[in-house]
Design a binder for this molecule. Structure first.
Ligand SMILES: [Zn+2]
Ligand SMILES: [Zn+2]
Length: 626
């Protein structure tokens, strides 16, 4: 599962399991089938499943980071298991390759110089370091001090009020005003979204700055360590150069004009007063940043089991699970103190991948052959934003219009208190009763979600109108941490999950009619699981788009627009590309999220979208998250 489920920074409201108890529906609907459901002859082996989990989550595979050689080792292993099970290659092999940005490296050209006679140059890594999401570039610019670099209309606070920073390199303090003050308007001692480095960078760019020099704020942080390069995820097209500079470097500049960072911060924190100013124009920096986004070749692993029925075998059921994880936790680790350690990802998602292999063995070795074809896909790039499945649905190996359903396994190894979450049951009318019936034998306490959207790969299929089911045993404290290890897995319960999935596949296969896809009327929630940086913030504005994660073109492409949402009412459509919001440029999802959060429910916001090659203007009256 990708972290959007927890951090939920986007408008995409992914499916996250609710903590509320589910209302168990009485089984009222009897599904009438022409054929009895097929009970697979072979059975699921929890021993074999656990052996696969152990291997995939072992130190040897180093957390299966996207772009790592160890992920390729995992891919080879999965392909070999598919082959051994008797699955056939598709399109000439067991791999579907695709390219992705998986990280960043520092180039050789980085430099920072204070112009003067003589020039003063600073040392990379000791005095300054570019941020991972900095643009590469070469700028010479005068300086401006802009406090914390925050524009927060909700707190009547704006470091950029009354100052023009066009063409300037802005000096910005980290964190936020009154950080250590329980009564701070910035939500007391909690940090708000405004403290995020990406937020500060977007805000600087939106105000016309050409570069941002970030400096550790002196009052609450005696330590002056530079951030580590590679540690912060952000856009790859920010439109601004960003470096982190040592405090002593900036203090020396301030000295020259008889100012002090510490005093400036004290004054701001005392009464939130505006302390921004332009430095004398003869103080100029020349800044060269050289950040190389690391492209990697990733691959989905695929295996095909042809159906036995001449009339039905051209229909396909996709079974999927992502096999990538966080590697050493460079990105998206929820254990920031343990970045650099192996994030084992036993539950996320060695459990689902091993389950996928086990189901492949089960069905391929089954004497009762399936009538329809099965396609098993282990996805890469999920943790970076569902990249593997997004690639697959854009470039499917078997036609999507003949793909009758997609079943996704992501984190299925830790069934707790007999509870199993099943998402996507609203994407086809028969799904919920079918699950209820098949669960009669399995006896799980099922927690259903209708939504076909969510922080995992089934979402890519749902947005292409393929009915989806998402099996998930729930979040736990080891999620996205090195401590997500195999000993915490529950093999017996997981075998039962897999048997349930197998029976569901059997039922879909036995039915004469393929399941019909329906659009789910999405419920909106503002309450999210612990860990949400906005938790406790209350109600935010609601727009109603589903961004397309697989899209890298400039702007934000809408995979979908929710029915009845503010975006839909304003006439926006799936496929539109948002390029302007409230008069500001939107280059990517980070920009859109930043701008949306600055608004309030009921605000009327002008937007510009690209529809084909036409620019379409609209005014969206924002709603309220419920
Ligand atoms: Zn996952
Ligand atoms: Zn994950």
């Amino acid at each position: 599962m990708s972290k959007n489920c927890i951090a939920e920074p986007l408008d995409a409201r992914p499916y996250c399991p609710r903590k509320t108890p589910r209302v168990r529906l009485k089984l009222l609907v009897v599904f009438i089938l022409a054929f009895a459901a097929l009970a697979p002859g072979a059975s699921v082996s929890s021993v074999r499943w656990l052996a696969d989990v152990k291997y995939l989550s072992s130190d040897q595979l180093k957390g299966r980071g996207d772009g790592s050689p160890e992920l390729d080792q995992a891919a080879d292993y999965i392909a070999e298991q598919f082959r051994k099970a008797g699955l056939e290659p598709v399109g000439g092999g067991y791999f579907q390759p695709f390219g992705a940005v998986v990280g960043a490296d520092l180039g050789t050209q980085n430099s920072l110089v204070l112009l003067g006679s003589p020039d003063r140059s600073y040392r990379l890594n000791q005095d300054f370091i570019p941020l991972t999401f900095s643009d590469s570039g070469d700028q010479t610019a005068p300086l401006a001090f802009v406090g914390y670099g925050i524009t927060a209309p909700e707190y009547q606070y704006d470091d950029y009020a009354g100052i023009d920073v066009h063409g300037k390199a802005v000096i910005v303090l980290r964190h936020e005003p009154q950080e250590d003050d329980a009564n701070s308007v910035f939500r007391g001692k909690e940090t708000t979204r405004h403290a995020a480095l990406v937020s500060k960078a977007i805000n600087a760019r939106n105000h016309g700055a050409v570069a941002m020099l970030l400096v550790n704020d002196p009052l609450n942080h005696s330590d002056d360590r530079l951030v580590s390069f590679g540690g912060i995820q952000g856009p790859t097209d920010l439109g601004l150069q960003v470096v982190h500079v040592k405090r002593e470097v900036v203090e020396k500049w301030m000295d020259q004009i008889s100012r002090s960072l510490r005093e400036l911060q004290k004054t701001i924190d005392r009464d939130l007063s505006h302390q921004s100013f332009l430095l004398p124009s003869d103080l100029q920096v020349k800044m060269v940043t050289d950040v190389r986004h690391r492209q990697a070749a990733l691959k989905n692993v695929v295996g095909y089991l042809p159906g036995s029925d001449p009339a039905l075998r051209n229909q396909v059921i996709v079974l999927g699970a992502h096999y990538d994880h966080l590697g050493l936790g460079e990105y998206d680790s929820l254990a920031p103190g343990q970045v650099g350690q192996i994030h084992h990802g036993a539950d996320d998602n060695a459990s689902g991948t091993a389950g996928l292999m086990e189901l492949a063995r089960l069905f391929a070795g089954d004497e009762h052959q399936v009538r329809r074809s099965l396609l098993f896909i282990a996805f890469a790039g999920e943790e970076l934003g569902l990249l593997g499945s997004a690639h697959y649905v854009e470039d499917p190996l078997l036609p999507l219009d003949r793909t009758i359903a997609m079943l996704n396994l992501d984190m299925i190894g830790r069934v707790n208190k007999n509870k199993l979450y099943v998402g996507g049951v609203g994407t086809s009318p028969g799904f919920r009763p079918l699950l209820e019936e098949e669960n009669d034998g399995a006896g799980f306490q099922l927690d259903f979600s209708d939504s076909g959207y969510g922080a995992s790969d089934h979402m890519s299929f749902n947005r292409k109108q393929v009915p989806v089911l998402f099996f998930f045993s729930g979040l736990h404290p080891d999620y996205h941490k090195p401590s997500d290890t195999w000993e915490k897995q529950r093999p017996e319960e997981t075998a039962r999950v897999l048997e349930l999935v197998a029976r569901v596949v059997g039922r879909l296969d036995a039915a004469e009619e393929r399941p019909q896809w329906v659009a789910v009327r999405e419920r909106r929630r503002s309450s999210t699981p612990a860990g949400d940086e906005e938790a406790g913030q209350g109600y935010g504005p609601y727009f109603g788009s589903i961004p397309d994660f697989g899209e890298t073109a400039k702007g934000v492409k809408f995979a979908d627009v929710r029915e009845g949402s503010p975006a839909a009412k304003a006439g926006l459509l799936a496929g539109d590309i948002l390029i302007q919001f409230d008069g500001k440029e939107v280059r990517n999802l980070y920009d859109f999220t930043y701008l949306l959060r600055a608004k309030n429910p009921d605000d009327e916001v002008p937007v510009v979208v690209l529809r084909g090659d036409k620019e379409v203007r609209a005014v969206v009256k924002l709603g309220r998250r419920e």
